[in-house]
Design a protein around this ligand. Structure first.
Ligand code: KG4
Ligand code: ZN
Length: 346
């Protein structure tokens, strides 16, 4: 017997089928991700039925690969952790069924993990020390949420998007600008050559104390801009120069970042945060990372950002959070369900 606690993590909440083995919450023994980007590309967003079918096809090879790469035998695992909420129910259910089956057959405890909280875990993965409390900003394709984090199992939801998530806005604006899918990376690339001050797009703050977000008005403003303020007019995008597209991308990105940074700053002040945590797919954005770093530095706080490879969906973050739930004895039973919502349930 050794002292290592090895958790198998399973993630199928949206469009990545992923499995990972993580030791003692931090050491990554294996991480396997099968991405469905190619499958959903032509629709400009994730199609739930297609996602579910692809998860069913990939879950077994992905799991097999994760165990093989970790060079361990199933009996050396201590538990099976699975993201069971929030996400697409038809996608979550695939990972959950696999996790329950393995838990039963291998006689290992089952651990339920909140996908959003797992994103937050990515930001703590490589940190040597974490000063608490922390204001945690999770920005992904499906969620934009702010938490008061006292530790990874003590999180209070402070605010969330009331319409589109930040990543969703990137994806939709990329479709408007006829840029490739997923929109985040292609807007970031286009924005590099643009002027972020070229167009003053709206920043929806929802009142001076609100910690909620709204990005649908910004998306509509970009659409209006591309149609010359006439919703019935055809889009001018095809006749725009690359520079003009770059300016729109840069101005849109600046508007999103402005709101995210201001709200994160508000949350940090409100809870007296010592640290700011950033995770989720949009956290891969360099301009956002830089703007938050500046804000954190100016306010004497530390910024911890998820490593780029663990910003978008992965199972390392699920296994890592699973470890802390294992240590706390927080196990699930075979009645565990997949849930589409549940940002605030530990
Ligand atoms: O966390 P994630 O993999 O999935 C969800 O849990 O939703 O995030 C995917 C989202 C997509 O909307 C994608 O466009 C966005 O993250 N994203 C980015 C960047 N890379 C991915 N957004 C802005 N800049 C990026 N570099
Ligand atoms: Zn995610």
């Amino acid at each position: 017997m050794d002292n290592e606690i090895r958790i198998l993590g399973i993630e199928t909440s949206c469009d990545e089928t992923a499995a990972a083995v993580v030791c003692n919450g931090k050491e990554v023994s294996s991480s396997v991700i099968s991405s469905q980007i190619k499958l959903h590309e032509k629709y400009g967003g994730v199609v739930p039925e297609l996602a579910s079918r692809a998860h069913i096809e990939k879950i077994y090879p992905v799991l097999k690969d994760a165990i093989a790469r970790a060079s361990i035998l199933p009996e050396q695992l201590d538990a099976v952790a699975v993201a069971n909420r929030p996400g697409l129910s038809v996608a979550l259910i695939v990972g959950l069924t696999a996790a329950k089956t393995l838990s039963l057959v291998w006689e290992k405890p089952l651990i339920a993990v909140n996908h959003i909280h797992a994103h937050l875990q990515s930001a703590m993965l490589e940190a040597d020390a974490l000063e608490l409390p922390a204001a945690a900003l999770i920005v992904s394709g499906g969620h934009t949420s702010l938490y008061d984090c006292r530790n990874c199992l003590d999180l209070k939801l402070l605010g969330a998007t009331i319409d589109d998530a930040a990543g969703e806005a990137f994806d939709k604006v990329a479709t408007i600008l006829k840029l490739s899918y997923p929109g985040g990376p292609s807007i970031e690339k286009a924005a590099c050559n643009g002027n972020p001050k070229a167009i003053q797009f709206p920043r929806s703050m929802l009142g001076k104390d609100s910690l909620d977000f709204s990005f649908s008005g910004l998306k509509t403003a970009v659409l209006y801009y591309c149609q010359g303020n006439d919703m019935k007019a055809p889009s001018r995008v095809n006749s725009m120069s690359e520079n003009e597209i770059a300016d729109i991308a840069a101005s849109f990105q600046a508007a999103v970042i402005d709101v995210l940074v201001k709200k994160a700053s508000r949350a940090a002040k409100k809870i007296g945060a010592k640290t700011i945590l950033l995770g989720g797919g949009v956290a891969a954005n360099s301009a956002l990372r830089e703007a938050l770093e500046e804000m954190a530095e100016a306010s004497g706080r530390k910024l911890l950002v998820a490593p780029r490879k663990y910003c978008t969906d992965n199972a390392v973050m699920v296994a890592s959070l699973g470890y802390y739930k294992y240590k706390a004895g927080m196990f699930a039973d075979m009645g565990l369900e997949a849930k589409a919502s549940g940002e605030d349930s530990i």
